[in-house]
Design a protein around this ligand. Structure first.
Ligand code: B12
Ligand code: SF4
Length: 640
């Protein structure tokens, strides 16, 4: 166990904070650690979510983990390393990690795209603090726990979807351990995979709470920790949050649906987390979570999980509490199955500001069934019409590229269906103004481990190109997103997926221009960005082929032009494979295809829901508060 600073602690002062040691530091890694040094064509792998391809958003679970441990007397700090690396080109993550001395570090490997960054961060921890334990957790860590624990930089993996109690027990054991951790007996900690005397131990996955009422998504706890740690960027959830503050409310862990590419489906939760049915959070408590930072915060709140999943009573109670508590924030509802016009009318009576998200995946009703609970386009259109009629402020529709039976032509037909919808519902809504926002994006970078497709690819006509954690980690070091994709289908190679994605982006933007959802200037910019991205993608392919930097592994022998790095094969060196020079680097990062802020499907502002007046100002307050006395900050957050 680390008890004193290592070589990096320079002055005596550096020892002072050890008296007041933080017990656990939760680190959120970037997807690719050295992304600032590499020329990577990330592609549109995160265009339709708030994060960049660095996937800087930390799991919501960090909030409940921090609250749970703090409530039990332990000090927890969150550092969003990804966010800090994105926000400041001079930020030195290694230096910061070297200067930290908690009892343990936690790293999320919830999303598989963090495998490269997460493992690298752990490596850096071990370089400076060989004796401070590293703990991994999250859905991907759970799936790959046996492989993950073999990395020398990984000491513990907590499995399952509810790590609060196991983590608390582990930290207790670590703190009270009188001997070397390698010799300590951790057999009583549930859900734990760990190393002991050269052996790998796997405790039973026995902590599976049946509801989510024992935790609290307490944002005011985050505000208090922010005040203590004085590290605004370390706590920010994603790039741009300071100007668009959105929060999430969690109604469940688990899902009742089985969308085949989803690693959070019912079957996936069952096999990974031994969860037979979702754990729900009582509506009163979800509202309490929402209230935890309510007064100064007026940004939109994304309600995670279809509120009708637990049943109609749950949905009714939830809606009535929104009204009772006079919650004015824009609430964003996602629906797995289509809500009836009556239900939408009910929402409009209880919720003053609401938005809706639906994912039909494709316009093609023959392809849709395995991907979503079946619904036909006629019913979908009824839902759209009713939502706009009853005052839905923004209706987002998500379509996907890379489905079973989906050909390039089918993708383009989906885009044309968006045109049809925009045409048909252009005058719907309160002000006769279009509030329908269609998006189309590739299934990328990975088909989720644990999903039906990942486990039974042949049933769905897929070939899974990477299976292990190490293969995925290496794939993330590829020079373009095409080589990151861990699948191809019987109907599309990866070349075709990339090609049709760019074509679909162009066409959808043309349609949005036609319907005045974007300006001519925005359209021209998106067009030139897309053309630029296609060119860069082709250059990368050609370069790789010419340089022979890749060797085709037999098992991956692909229909694509070039295959990605696989275990034991030569990998692409950062600056050689992509467009090599900084000549290509534009000053305006949004126009630079190798920048994480480069998008082709849409600009991030198209994803935004309305923010009330107060909410717009809040982040500025926070920023100022970092300069102003901290007293002011505590006032803003009403911390006593
Ligand atoms: C809401 C949601 C989102 C939200 C983000 C919410 C958030 N900040 O957490 C949005 C829409 C932004 C999103 C985006 C993405 N998502 Co998502 N998301 C979900 C969804 C629907 C529920 C959230 C969830 O994960 N809850 C589950 C609980 C289990 O997680 P949690 O409370 O945050 O964390 C607990 C445990 O995981 C664990 N844990 C987590 N981290 C750590 C760290 C340590 C040290 C420890 C000990 C424990 C631990 O303990 C926590 C508390 O008990 C799930 C589907 C589902 N049904 O689960 C998909 C899911 C998690 N997402 C997924 C994916 C792929 C993504 C994207 C990569 C997609 C993309 N290409 O854009 C991005 C990544 C975004 C980023 N990081 O920047 C996959 C992950 C599969 C995988 N194994 O990689 C899932 C399973 C399904 C899916 N395809 O949507 N997502
Ligand atoms: S994609 Fe489907 S299975 Fe996955 S969380 Fe959403 S509704 Fe559930």
């Amino acid at each position: 166990m680390q008890r004193a600073p290592t070589k990096n602690a320079k002055s005596k002062d550096a020892y002072a904070h050890l008296d007041d040691m933080i017990d656990l530091i939760l680190l959120h890694p970037p997807s690719i650690y050295d992304f600032r040094k590499r020329d990577i064509l990330f592609g549109p792998i995160s265009d339709v979510i708030p994060s960049t391809p660095i996937f800087e958003m930390y799991p919501l679970g960090f909030v409940s983990l921090a609250w749970y441990l703090e409530k039990n007397g332990y000090k927890v700090r969150i550092i969003n390393i990804a966010m800090k690396m994105l926000g400041d080109k001079n930020y030195d993550a290694e230096k910061e990690i070297a200067s930290l001395y908690p009892k343990a570090f936690g790293i999320d490997l919830h999303w598989l795209p963090h495998s490269q960054g997460g493992l690298k961060i752990a490596e850096i921890i071990k370089k400076y603090h060989p004796d401070i334990p590293t703990i991994f957790g999250g859905l991907s860590a759970t799936y790959f726990h046996r492989e993950l624990i073999q990395y020398p930089q990984v000491d513990f993996v907590i499995r399952g979807d509810s790590a609060e109690e196991p983590l608390l027990q582990l930290i207790k054991e670590i703190k009270s351990s009188k001997t070397s951790l390698r010799k300590t007996d951790f057999s009583s900690v549930p859900n734990l995979t760990y190393k002991r005397g050269g052996e790998i131990k796997e405790n039973p996955l026995s902590w599976i709470p049946q509801d989510l009422n024992h935790i609290y998504l307490d944002y005011s706890q985050i505000a208090k920790s922010l005040k203590r740690d004085k590290d605004l960027w370390g706590y920010l959830p994603f790039s741009g949050w300071e100007s668009y503050p959105i929060l999430a409310a969690l109604t469940c862990r688990g899902c009742t649906q089985n969308c085949p590419s989803c690693g959070g489906s019912e079957v996936a939760y069952n096999s990974l987390c031994k969860r037979k049915k979702p754990a729900y959070r009582d509506p009163e408590l979800v509202i309490k979570d929402m209230n935890s930072l309510r007064l100064p915060f007026a940004g939109p709140v994304f309600i995670i999980g279809d509120i009708r999943q637990p049943g109609d009573d749950y949905a009714d109670l939830f809606l009535s509490l929104i009204k009772k508590e006079k919650i004015q924030n824009h609430l964003v509802f996602e629906f797995f199955e289509l809500p009836s016009p009556q239900f939408i009318e009910k929402i409009s009576r209880f919720v003053p500001n609401f938005n809706i998200q639906i994912t039909p995946e494709t316009h093609d009703q023959r392809i849709r069934p395995p991907f979503r609970s079946y619904f036909d386009n006629e019913s979908l259109e009824q839902t759209i019409q009713a939502s706009l009629k009853f005052g839905c402020k923004k209706f987002d529709l998500f379509f996907m590229i890379g489905l079973s039976h989906q050909t390039p032509q089918s993708v383009m037909d989906t885009v044309n269906y968006c045109d049809h919808l925009l045409e048909k519902y252009s005058t719907e809504g309160r002000n006769g103004k279009n509030k329908l926002s269609p998006f189309i994006s590739p299934l990328a970078p990975f088909v989720d481990p644990g999903s039906l497709i990942f486990e039974n690819p042949e049933v769905y006509g897929y070939t899974i190109l990477y299976r292990t954690l190490e293969e995925h980690r290496r794939a993330l070091e590829s020079p373009s997103w095409k080589y990151m994709l861990n699948y191809r289908t019987e109907w599309m190679t990866r070349d075709q997926i990339v090609d049709v994605t760019y074509k679909a982006s162009l066409q959808l933007n043309r349609i949005k221009l036609k319907h005045r959802l974007i300006s001519p200037k925005r359209f021209e910019q998106m067009k030139s960005k897309t053309v630029g991205a296609i060119k860069r993608s082709q250059e990368i392919d050609m370069r790789m082929r010419n340089n022979g930097e890749q060797v085709l592994p037999k098992n991956l022998s692909d229909k694509d032009s070039v295959t990605p790095p696989a275990a034991g094969l030569v990998t692409v060196s950062p600056r050689k494979a992509g467009a090599p020079s900084s000549v290509l680097r534009s000053k305006d990062s949004k126009l630079n295809p190798f920048s994480p802020s480069f998008t082709t499907i849409c600009e991030k502002d198209e994803l935004k829901w309305s923010v009330n007046f107060l909410g717009i100002n809040l982040p500025q307050w926070i920023l100022k508060a970092m300069v102003l006395p901290l007293k002011k900050l505590s006032k803003i957050f009403q911390i006593k």
